[in-house]
Write a protein that binds this ligand. Structure first.
Ligand code: ADP
Length: 463
């Protein structure tokens, strides 16, 4: 497995472990807060219910008692008259539901608790539930309307004992148990509260630790992404450097080999006897030496840029005249089978340009347009002025550059399609040079291209 894959897998695994650990911690804190909240409200509500007991003036069940007193008398008279057992069951169920509703709606304990909680600085919104455990109507006969099953009494068909489920629940708190009794009835019930907003309350309590753990996870993830990208970038650069050294060796060796062979040729008596051959070989040596010199200068210059700022020696020049000069001298050195088409619309614009560097920039673009071609090169050079910019487009009908490579062609040492690297010679410095020069002039260079169709390089310079 490659190092980058190992780093990626290890990194992602550690982040997942970190997230899992944080989730476990937060769940623990949540549970603890949940229990604390339960205990806090239980003691608070029981205190509140206790404080009621001493009061003579306020009874939260006054209205309920009044309703029950009146209705129980009516029911006690009604029930013995029902002979049919289904009708009896129906009636008892109706009575039970009436009592349950009256208890829930007419009690005033909830209001009292709510203001008590608020006074003590706690959450005042909660739901109440009332669970009847026993209800009897007592006349000549006693009617067991409802009884908790655990107590051995029967209950109306279809009714579950509510209090059993409530007592088992973690979010409901039993506040009080109540016994009401009058001439015709007997009623036992339990009063519960539950906080529907409990999640929100816990969230508020643990927001600091939750926030910190989310923050720390984000920081770790961001640092990991940065570190991983840096690692990848370093790796890419080191690969580029290796490629560069291979290319450079190759590039330098070619003229050197030619010079060596030419030197050996000159040693031969047969060759020296013919003046034209001597001249030809000397020219070859001269040409290859110049090429060698150019290569070495280019490398030296770039390494100098790295250490010092790019120094331009700008003069005001007529851009159209300069372009014509550059293109015609390129044409004379490039051979006859190349078509160079120029079309300028600069309207006599003049720009501050370092002529030497700008010439190098254009030569690099033109020689690439010719070099990266697999047919007779046709290169269009167009120029316009646009707002405050001069735009120069160099369009070729060459091999083109795919989308991935387009992003990197201006990088130092970058060469597209490494498979073909020796088919088209180069060091991957030409476009890097072009970009540097354009930017140093306050401009830029961009590329658009279609593989197989050709490329357009656009240089913009301010004027
Ligand atoms: P070099 O030509 O020395 O490799 P450059 O920096 O000039 O380096 O170019 C970088 C890469 O961009 C080249 O290797 C080539 O793959 C691609 N490239 C540049 N110009 C063109 C072009 N006109 N058509 C197709 N590919 C190009």
């Amino acid at each position: 497995m490659k190092i980058k894959d190992t780093v990626l897998i290890l990194g992602i695994a550690s982040i997942l472990i970190l997230i899992a650990a944080q989730v476990i911690i937060i769940r623990g804190v949540w549970k603890q807060n949940d229990e604390m909240l339960f205990l806090r409200y239980r003691s608070l509500s029981q205190d509140a219910a206790g404080s009621l007991r001493g009061r003579r003036t306020f009874d939260p069940y006054d209205t309920v008692k009044f309703i029950l007193r009146n209705w129980s008398e009516i029911w006690v008279n009604e029930l013995p008259l029902i002979t049919d057992s289904t009708k009896m069951a129906e009636k008892q169920r109706e009575i039970f539901e009436f009592v349950e509703k009256a208890l829930n709606d007419e009690q005033e304990l909830s209001g009292y608790l709510s203001s008590y909680f608020e006074k003590m600085g706690f959450e005042k919104d909660f739901n109440h539930r009332i669970a009847i455990t026993r209800f009897e109507l007592i006349g000549a006969d006693t009617f067991n309307i409802f009884s908790n099953e655990s107590m051995g009494f029967r209950r109306p068909p279809g009714r579950e004992p509510l209090s059993a489920t409530l007592q088992g629940s973690k979010s409901t708190i039993m506040v009080s148990w109540q016994h009401l009794e009058d001439n015709y009835y007997l009623l036992d019930f339990e009063y519960y509260i539950d906080f529907s907003d409990k999640r929100k309350m816990i969230l508020r309590e643990i927001s600091a630790s939750l926030g910190m753990s989310i923050f720390s996870i984000i920081v770790v993830v961001v640092i990991f992404i940065f570190a991983y990208r840096n690692l990848m970038e370093e790796k890419r650069l080191s690969n580029l450097k290796t490629d560069f050294i291979n290319n450079m060796t190759h590039e330098l060796k070619t003229p050197l080999a030619t010079i060596t062979v030419a030197g050996k040729t000159l040693e031969m008596d047969m060759i020296r006897a013919e003046e034209s051959k001597v001249l030809e070989t000397a020219k070859l040596i001269g040409k290859q030496s110049i090429h060698l010199n150019q290569l070495i200068n280019m490398i030296l210059e770039i390494s100098m840029w790295e250490r010092t700022q790019f120094q331009l020696d700008k003069t005001k020049v007529n851009i159209e005249e300069l372009m014509n000069d550059i293109v015609s001298s390129f044409k004379s050195g490039a051979g006859n089978n190349i078509q160079l088409i120029q079309k300028y619309n600069f309207s006599g614009a003049k720009a501050d340009i370092d002529v030497v560097y700008f010439t190098t920039l254009m030569n690099n673009l033109l020689s690439n347009a010719v070099k990266y071609s697999d047919r007779e090169p046709v290169v269009k050079i167009e120029g316009i002025t646009e707002d405050k910019n001069i735009c120069i487009m160099v369009e070729d009908n060459g091999i083109g550059i795919n989308k991935m490579d387009q992003k990197h062609v201006f990088d130092k040492f970058y060469r597209a399609s490494s498979g073909n690297i020796h088919k088209y010679k180069g060091l991957g410095l030409g476009l890097y040079y072009v970009k540097k020069i354009a930017v140093a002039h306050g401009g830029d260079v961009t590329v658009s291209s279609k593989p197989g169709k050709g490329s357009i390089f656009t240089v913009t310079l301010p004027y």
